[in-house]
Ligand binder design. Structure first.
Ligand code: MD3
Ligand code: FE
Length: 226
């Protein structure tokens, strides 16, 4: 999951042109635009800011190379996703730097999961990605979770992002979608295993976060349903 922005050979993102067959969104991909009202976005951001106060954003690093991500991260929930040079990508119950347990997932996020995930179990991890202007996330698949029946639910806050999603192979055609503040994205079925990433953040497109930038929240089930 989640290589940093700078890649040796950047994936070519091709928008479908008139001569090409239009690339299709993978099966199971659902974008719910405007799922959160501006008031709901403000209330959620305030809870996320509380999480960040007790579990500070950290800069994950690539396994082996130690190359830092341009995205900063933290987590809430029983498990959190981390990565460092020595031990690589993994979920763990404690903050990478403070060693404290992650704070609980705020209730409004669990409500979104109950409303949209169509899943009996609850999420165990909420990964909080913070993108300053200029941050990217290279094309990758999310493969560190062990319950393929659970979807991933993502919430976008702040500046708009150009997102791409393809298929199960890196070479599959990619579609670009703009993710806006208040949008919820559901990745179920085959789309759950599709390559995806963030090409760029569009600065000045939202007033939600003072100073700009984007926050993405992903709710995930990590361990198999009992
Ligand atoms: C498509 N985050 O945290 S969220 C990630 O905006 C990640 O921060 C991006 O990719 C972000 O791993 C995209 C939407 C998303 C999340 C998981 C997916 C799209 C996905 C898993 C499979 C396919
Ligand atoms: Fe991902």
């Amino acid at each position: 999951m989640m290589p940093p922005a700078k890649r040796k050979s950047p994936a070519k993102i091709s928008s479908p042109g008139p001569a090409d067959a239009p690339a299709r969104l993978p099966e199971g991909f659902q974008l719910i635009t405007g799922a959160l009202s501006p008031a709901d976005q403000k209330a959620l951001l305030s809870k996320i800011n509380d999480v960040i106060l007790s579990a500070p954003l950290f800069q994950p690093r690539m396994p082996r190379t130690g190359q830092p991500f341009s995205v900063k991260m933290t987590n809430c929930g029983p498990l959190g996703w981390v990565s460092d040079k020595e031990r690589g990508y993994r979920y763990q119950p404690n903050h990478l730097e403070t060693g404290h347990p992650w704070p609980p997932i705020p209730e409004p996020l669990l409500d979104l999961w109950r409303a949209h995930a169509n899943c009996t179990g609850l999420p165990e991890a909420c990964l909080i990605n913070h993108y300053p202007a200029g941050a990217k996330m290279g094309s990758h698949r999310d493969q560190d979770e062990h319950e393929p029946r659970a979807p991933v639910l993502s919430v976008s806050l702040g500046d708009e992002a150009v997102f791409h999603v393809g298929g199960p192979k890196r070479s599959d055609p990619k579609v670009r979608v703009t993710l806006r503040s208040g949008d919820v994205c559901l990745l179920a079925g085959p789309s759950r295993f599709a390559y995806h990433g963030i090409d760029r953040i569009l600065p000045g497109t939202s007033d939600l976060i003072p100073g700009g930038g984007r926050i993405n929240l992903t709710l995930r089930r990590v361990t198999p349903f009992g």
